[in-house]
Design a protein around this ligand. Structure first.
Ligand code: PGA
Length: 255
């Protein structure tokens, strides 16, 4: 069985950078990643920057993702953007279920499920975020918590559909806090998630699905996380806003 999973590093810019700053940063990333890359690089800027950054990166090794979308294809949803609209820009991925969306915008597992379906229906690839808050980790019930997120938002999918998903494990207590989960904690959860996929689907799907880690990834801890057996890359927030630092993180995954 071919166990090769191409690593993927995703920059989550969140609500940061003007268009001008975003253009400059993406050019820096393109320059830093020219040559033969053994991993996939994705940048998720705010909606307003997507068209321009897609133009700039066309033909390069940098892919563009959106950070969110609505689950309806169109309609009276002021301020929202649909997966179909994102598809018409020619982008590849959409982040879905990020903990900040769950927390600040009250997205439930049910809403995340509808969004996953909409993203797939539009022909795009979801980067599905899951992960537990600190109080769940404190009671050592993180496995049950994450399993519920997988069951309620992902495991209704067919095997063929699930193959288009990247799972990002992002423990909430490690996001933007500077507190990184230890490589052992990360490996333990990634192995658990992969086991859940094997149990629900089969060994081949489990071996093929990419599971990324997110939460205070930095140039100095990236390598120790990315070398864990079940870690197939990262979703990077703060460190992705700095060109040289993000390129170091990419190199840690590609190396
Ligand atoms: P962080 O964010 O790297 O700043 O912790 C990660 C994320 O929220 O995706």
């Amino acid at each position: 069985m071919d166990l090769y999973r191409k690593k993927i590093v995703v920059a989550n810019w969140k609500m940061n950078l003007s268009l001008e700053e975003g253009e400059a940063l993406v050019r820096e990333i393109m320059q830093g990643t020219s040559g033969n890359l053994s991993c996939e690089v994705v940048v998720a800027p705010p909606f307003t920057h997507l068209t321009r950054l897609k133009e700039i990166t066309d033909g390069s090794q940098v892919h563009i993702a959106a950070q969110n979308c609505h689950f309806e294809p169109s309609g009276a949803f002021t301020g929202e953007v649909s997966a179909m609209m994102l598809k018409s820009l020619g982008i590849d991925y959409v982040i879905v279920g990020h903990s900040e969306r769950r927390h600040f915008f009250h997205e439930t597992n049910e809403i995340v499920k509808l969004k996953v379906d909409a993203i797939l229906a539009a022909g795009l690839k979801p980067i599905f975020c899951c992960g537990e808050p600190a109080e769940i980790r404190d009671t050592e019930t993180q496995n049950i918590f994450v399993r519920m997120q997988l069951e309620e938002s992902l495991f209704h999918l067919s095997e063929a559909a699930l193959k288009n998903i990247c799972i990002a494990y992002e423990p909430i207590w490690a996001i933007g806090t500077g507190l990184t989960a230890s490589p052992e904690q990360v490996q333990e959860m990634h192995m658990y998630i992969r086991d859940q996929v094997v149990t629900r689907y089969n060994k081949i799907v489990g071996e093929e699905i990419r599971i990324l880690y997110g939460g205070s990834i930095k140039p100095d801890n990236a390598k120790s996380l990315f070398t864990q057996e079940d870690v197939d890359g990262g979703l990077v927030g703060g460190s992705s806003l700095n060109g040289p630092g993000f390129i170091e993180v990419i190199n840690a995954a590609c190396g």
